[in-house]
Design a protein around this ligand. Structure first.
Ligand code: HEM
Length: 88
């Protein structure tokens, strides 16, 4: 990737929790998964469970072997800025 990555706070991430505007953090990186939602083999509602959140644990629980880095390459928007812990 050539673009400089944005630093995204958990507060900013939380604003993007809608079907038509869905961001998700996995392993420190933030992805805009809005367009990917329709292609998720596990369905829209399952993927939406992680919208607006750090979905790393959810992701690892379900399918830690899935190569999301490659699949969501075009959807990468930034790095998650680690703030104080939030109870999701
Ligand atoms: C399958 C949930 C994020 C890619 C599934 C399935 C579930 C699920 C329940 C199983 C569907 C079935 O077998 O009937 C979730 C949840 C996520 C999440 C809760 C986060 C909140 C992602 C992401 C990607 C992804 C970020 C990739 C960009 C896939 C793929 C499968 C799958 C490729 C098929 C895996 C296989 O059959 O081995 N997901 N998912 N998922 N998901 Fe996700």
């Amino acid at each position: 990737g050539s673009a400089r990555m944005l630093r995204i706070t958990t507060e900013e991430l939380a604003k993007h929790n809608k079907r038509e505007d869905a961001w998700m953090a996995i392993r420190g990186f933030v992805y805009n998964v809005t367009t990917y939602l329709d292609y998720h083999p596990g369905g829209v509602p399952e993927l939406m469970r992680g919208a607006g959140k750090d979905a790393t644990l959810l992701f690892e629980e379900v399918h830690r072997w899935v190569n999301f880095e490659s699949m969501l390459g075009a959807c990468l928007i930034g790095k998650l800025e680690q703030g104080p812990p939030i109870n999701n």
